[in-house]
Design a protein. Structure first.
Length: 297
């Protein structure tokens, strides 16, 4: 069984495969062809699923997307199309950000995936984006376990980080130097700060909810403050390149799993920013399919 699984992975270039043929001696001591054996090894793409020195790889994300909790939601897609509603909510009775509080196993799966994803993306963001320079206080709204702020404050130690998320999320957050964990609900309000970070938050929510988050961020900022938004941007047309396909696939994950979530176009982000009161949007850099945008007052 293992050989057949490995053979499938090799057929998609996830592994290499070579064959050898063993020989045997018959009763007359003559050589006969024996059994063909397949030998498997790591292919270049395999490295993304092997943990690096930080213990980070894509494997936890694969585990999340293929977890029974997520997969069961996909089976409700037909009903959601015909009847309305969110597939995840139909199956589990609550939305995707309430569910982990009642399922410790899935909460661990989700947190591991977010930790891995954050580390992979933020390494590239911090290498290219210079917008954190000079900031004294940064609020990470929906910051999870605080890893994003930990990485930022490690590179910019003069920044005071405020990691803002739901209580059931923060109960698992480890202490980090320069980072304060603050429980709360971003739909009710956001802590005041010189700058605010929204990393992969807006794509989780509908237009109305995203607008409410942004309005709360606007109210928490000083004059000339900014919200740093890290998100995928979906092309207007159905492009066929690998990057576009990846983004459109994630859009379907948002559709089936999250409460009104979607990937947005540039025009949709600019419309959200304007309706929330921001003066405009700056597209600062592009890394790993993600845009770092600044919504400025």
């Amino acid at each position: 069984m293992v050989d057949r699984i490995l053979r499938l992975l090799a057929s998609y270039s996830m592994l290499t495969c070579t064959t050898t043929t063993t020989t045997t001696l018959n009763p007359n001591h003559e050589e006969e062809n024996g059994v063909i054996q397949r030998l498997y090894g790591l292919a270049p793409s395999s490295k993304y699923f092997l943990c690096d020195y930080d213990g980070i790889c894509l494997t936890p994300t694969v585990h999340l997307f293929n977890d029974k909790v997520f997969m069961d939601s996909c089976y409700a897609l037909k009903d959601a199309v015909l009847e309305g509603g969110i597939p995840f909510n139909k199956v589990h009775g609550v939305h995707a950000f309430e569910y982990p509080a009642k399922d410790p196993r899935f909460n661990l799966v989700f947190n591991k995936a977010m930790t891995s994803h954050t580390t992979l993306v933020m390494k590239f963001v911090l290498d290219k984006y210079k917008g954190f320079e000079g900031i004294k206080e940064l609020v990470d709204v929906g910051g999870g376990l605080g890893l994003t702020l930990k990485m930022i404050t490690s590179q910019y130690p003069t920044i005071k980080g405020i990691n803002f998320d739901l209580p059931h999320v923060l109960q698992h957050a480890p202490p980090y130097p320069g980072v304060q964990h603050l429980p709360g609900d971003m739909f009710e309000g956001v802590p005041k700060g010189e700058a605010i970070l929204l990393k992969c938050i807006l794509h989780d929510w509908s237009e109305d909810e995203s607008l409410k988050i942004l309005k709360n961020c606007y109210a928490a900022l000083p004059d000339h403050g900014k919200v740093m938004v890290i998100e995928l941007i979906v092309p207007e047309a159905a492009e066929t390149n690998a990057a576009a396909r990846s983004i459109i696939q994630i859009d379907l994950v948002m559709m089936t799993q999250n409460p009104g979530g979607k990937e947005r176009t540039k025009l949709e982000f600019e419309s959200l920013a304007k309706r929330a009161g921001f003066a405009g949007v700056r597209y600062e850099c592009y890394v790993c399919n993600y845009w770092v945008m600044e919504f400025y007052k």
